[in-house]
Write a protein that binds this ligand. Structure first.
Ligand code: 5GP
Length: 356
């Protein structure tokens, strides 16, 4: 047994120190980024924010909206080949969509069939998603997908420590997905005791990913889950995240999936984890006996139109940039000084929040 003594941080444990800025207006801040990658020859440009591959936000409907903002939709795993064939009759924007696969036999079968039918070419990104990226066999799975898809931008995860981040990139991934336990619908920390404070995980894994470089590009990471406020997205970028992936922040809107439920005159929308009983029963027909649910089902107060939220999100990133003196998103880590705080960031007024 060993105890690691240094304190690790979550988003709520820090604030950003304001710095002198020469910016005249928030409009001058550039929040698009251009990336090259360690393996894929593709170049990508856009706003590096993406939906989680969850049933409530990783949907075709979201892709129509997100692609207009140059943001990425990571599709959930429950779409069939027929669903994709129909979708691609009208959607033609590969840069802003990501196909999700897993390591089960049926996942590999569908991936190969997608490739054979030419459907994979309609995506720039492929995400190999497992709850526990520490299994030795996962590295072999990444190698196989890289062999099958030499040109795609491959995302793989989830992990939270630096040495495995490097291994995953060396095995064939371009981007490593970081986060075990921070998700709003995730009960892994409660069920298993396993996890890592998310901001520290992002900082440490970004450092090791960016340390890997070749003539094409450098290793990249995604901060996945745990962003409760738009400021958490800014903090993750400041910590070195190349991309942010969010589930609950993009759920609960008019355009999000999930049933709308009325209770005591108020409207709610469903939000549930990918390994919740609800997801396992609804999409796989049953919960396997050896698997405990590591996800929760919850109702989120209806949040209105997602376009308003996206405008707020992009505005708040521009505002962070002006406070810390960054002219573009790329400069966030250079300009960031985190201050450790001992209090929660909530205002006493939050308990009177009307959701307006
Ligand atoms: P959020 O943005 O809602 O805080 O977190 C979204 C992330 O939570 C997802 O991208 C995924 O990594 C994680 N997640 C989603 N569903 C589940 C689940 O059922 N169990 C666990 N452990 N994590 C989940």
């Amino acid at each position: 047994m060993r105890i690691l003594d240094d304190v690790k941080l979550d988003y709520e444990d820090v604030l950003l120190r304001p710095k002198r800025s020469t910016l005249e207006s928030r409009k001058d801040v550039l929040i698009e980024r251009s990336f090259t990658f360690y393996h894929s020859p593709k170049k990508w440009r856009g706003i590096p924010i993406m939906t989680a591959n969850m049933a409530t936000c990783g949907t075709f409907e979201m892709a129509e909206i997100f692609s207009k903002y140059k943001m990425i939709t990571t599709f959930h795993k429950y779409y069939s080949i027929a669903d994709y064939e129909k979708f691609f009759k009208t959607f033609h924007n590969p840069d802003f969509i990501c196909y999700t696969t897993g390591i089960r036999e049926q996942d590999t079968k569908q991936l190969k069939l997608m490739k054979k039918k030419g459907l994979l070419e309609k995506f720039s990104f492929i995400c190999i998603d497992v709850p526990n990226g520490y299994l030795q066999s996962f590295l072999d799975d990444i190698k196989s997908v890289r062999k099958l898809c030499p040109n795609h931008i491959i995302i793989a995860g989830n992990v939270v420590t630096n040495e495995i981040t490097e291994e995953i990139i060396l095995a064939g991934a371009d981007i490593v997905k970081i986060g075990i336990g921070p998700g709003a619908a995730c009960t892994t920390r409660k069920m298993t005791g396993v996890g890592y404070p998310q901001l520290s995980a992002v900082i440490e894994c970004a450092d090791s990913a960016h340390g890997l470089s070749n003539e094409r590009g450098v290793g990249r990471i995604i901060a996945d889950g745990g962003q409760q406020y738009t400021s958490d997205i800014a903090k993750a970028f400041c910590g070195g995240a190349d991309f942010n992936m969010c589930g609950s922040l993009f759920s609960g809107f008019e355009q999000s999936a999930g049933e709308t439920i009325e209770k005591n005159g108020k409207k709610y929308k469903e939000y549930f984890g990918s390994s919740s009983n609800k997801a396992m029963e609804e999409f796989y027909g049953k919960k396997e006996k050896h698997r405990a649910s590591e996800g929760r089902y919850t109702l989120i107060p209806h949040k209105g139109d997602i376009h308003d939220f996206i405008q707020d999100l992009l505005g708040s990133l521009r505002s962070t940039a002006t406070y810390i003196g960054a002219r573009q998103l790329k400069e966030f880590p250079k300009r960031a000084t985190f201050i450790k705080v001992s209090r929660q960031l909530t205002s006493y007024l939050e308990k009177y929040d009307t959701g307006e």
